[in-house]
Design a protein around this ligand. Structure first.
Ligand SMILES: *[C@@H]1O[C@H](CO)[C@@H](O)[C@H](O)[C@H]1NC(C)=O
Ligand SMILES: *[C@@H]1O[C@H](CO)[C@@H](O)[C@H](O)[C@H]1NC(C)=O
Ligand SMILES: *[C@@H]1O[C@H](CO)[C@@H](O)[C@H](O)[C@H]1NC(C)=O
Ligand SMILES: *[C@@H]1O[C@H](CO)[C@@H](O)[C@H](O)[C@H]1NC(C)=O
Ligand SMILES: *[C@@H]1O[C@H](CO)[C@@H](O)[C@H](O)[C@H]1NC(C)=O
Ligand SMILES: *[C@@H]1O[C@H](CO)[C@@H](O)[C@H](O)[C@H]1NC(C)=O
Ligand SMILES: *[C@@H]1O[C@H](CO)[C@@H](O)[C@H](O)[C@H]1NC(C)=O
Length: 340
């Protein structure tokens, strides 16, 4: 399969309730880490011990192509920590990558998520990492983006892979404000799967936003494998309300009941289209592959913000490339600045 113009990653947010007097300004990240396709047994501590002299100039773009995760993980963690993010949704992370990120981000951080293949640790996670001094995790769950959302490992017919969404409820410690955060990775092969996934996530988001007990703000991030226009844009168009959702599992609808069972006017807004144009910075493409320099792709980046009361202030797509030629991932990190 050719990777066509349909790879973008996004930050969505939704809201249904008036904001509290004080807001917490945060930066969150969404990053497809590229699964560890070149596994080795090098520990994080061993990699850290081999970092070069900081005053030594690296051979410029000396390395090309995909490097082992054991090398890439350092660049990923450095980027996230230096951006002062406090919340992050990853995609494609195998359990050893989740463990490595936990080790590198350090003891202020924790995470939730499960492997999509068995609901435990097999296959890729769409984990959510959070900074513990800023957030308290209230609860979390995973649903499968299939016709049987509560069956671990279930796959939509025709999809390339099993697909999941990780859902969380957090409390901002400083203000007591609660919010919902959902992170996902939609299918790379089936637009029907992406449409179903977007419809399930939008339904769940509407349910959360309709709760009047503090869970009314919803953030969504993901690798949607969907551009904003064109043949592969079904997921984008459904989640932003341009197309109606497709039919979803009725057990799911009953577990997350929405008033009147409909989605009138409820949608996610793309942070990329909601903040002032000057505040949309960095790159356009969020997927580049492992070609250096990593600016050769035309793939579109997305980002999402609330309909009300979750104010986005900025979004940027940063590079994954450093001078030595290491590309931290075949995707670029997306950073969103919002008020909660
Ligand atoms: C990693 O270590 C295990 C256990 O010693 C071994 O079976 C495996 O071959 C090693 N993998 C690599 C890539 O070195
Ligand atoms: C360039 O990369 C090769 C591995 O591809 C490595 O052996 C060599 O030390 C690097 N050179 C410099 C100057 O970093
Ligand atoms: C996440 O949810 C699972 C399933 O309910 C639960 O077993 C686990 O303890 C939760 N994790 C955290 C950190 O709360
Ligand atoms: C909906 O999903 C549940 C499990 O998540 C399954 O038991 C049920 O059969 C599904 N309903 C339909 C109509 O497929
Ligand atoms: C946040 O959620 C918790 C647990 O559901 C609840 O006890 C608390 O009242 C909520 N806080 C706010 C500000 O809604
Ligand atoms: C549900 O439908 C009824 C009857 O049309 C309407 O009066 C009510 O406002 C609706 N409730 C919501 C939450 O949309
Ligand atoms: C969002 O912006 C509006 C208008 O400036 C303001 O009234 C509201 O308090 C802000 N909400 C948050 C959560 O920052």
């Amino acid at each position: 399969m050719t990777l066509s113009n349909r790879l973008w990653r996004s930050l969505f947010a939704l809201s249904g309730m008036a904001a509290m007097a004080s807001a917490t300004h945060i930066r969150l990240a969404s990053w497809n880490l590229r699964f560890d396709s070149m596994p080795n047994n090098i520990t994080v501590q061993q990699t850290l011990a081999t970092l070069s002299d900081p005053l030594q100039q690296p051979a410029f773009l000396n390395l090309t192509g995909e490097q082992p995760w054991s090398t890439r993980r350092i660049k990923v963690a450095q980027r996230l920590l230096s951006e002062n993010i406090v919340l992050a949704g990853f995609q494609e992370a195998l359990v050893r990558q989740v463990d490595d990120m936990a080790e590198l981000l350090g003891t202020d951080w924790s995470w939730v998520g499960v492997g999509r293949d068995d609901g435990v640790a097999a296959g890729e996670f769409s984990p959510i990492f959070y900074n513990k001094p800023v957030f308290e995790l209230i609860n979390n769950d995973t649903f499968w983006l299939s016709n049987t959302p509560f069956v671990p490992g279930s796959k939509f017919p025709g999809a390339g892979s099993v697909r999941i969404a990780t859902a969380t409820h957090f409390r901002v410690k400083a203000t007591g404000k609660n919010f919902t955060y959902i992170n996902t990775h939609l299918d790379d092969q089936s637009d029907d799967q992406r449409r179903l996934g977007a419809s399930l996530i939008l339904w769940r988001a509407h349910f959360e936003a309709s709760q009047n007990h503090g869970h009314s703000t919803v953030l969504i991030t993901g690798d949607f494998n969907s551009a904003s226009t064109g043949d592969d844009s079904g997921a984008y168009q459904i989640i932003t309300g341009e197309l109606p959702p497709v039919a979803i599992n009725s057990t799911f609808m009953e577990r997350f009941p929405i008033p009147n069972g409909t989605l009138p006017g409820f949608k996610a807004l793309d942070l990329r289209t909601q903040v002032p144009r000057f505040a949309v910075s960095g790159n356009f493409a969020s997927f580049t592959g492992f070609n250096a320099p990593d600016d050769t792709s035309q793939y579109q980046a997305g980002g999402f913000t609330p309909s009300h009361h979750v104010n986005g202030t900025a979004i940027k797509v940063e590079t994954s490339l450093t001078d030595d030629g290491v590309i931290a991932s075949d995707h670029r990190p997306v950073f969103g600045d919002i008020s909660l």
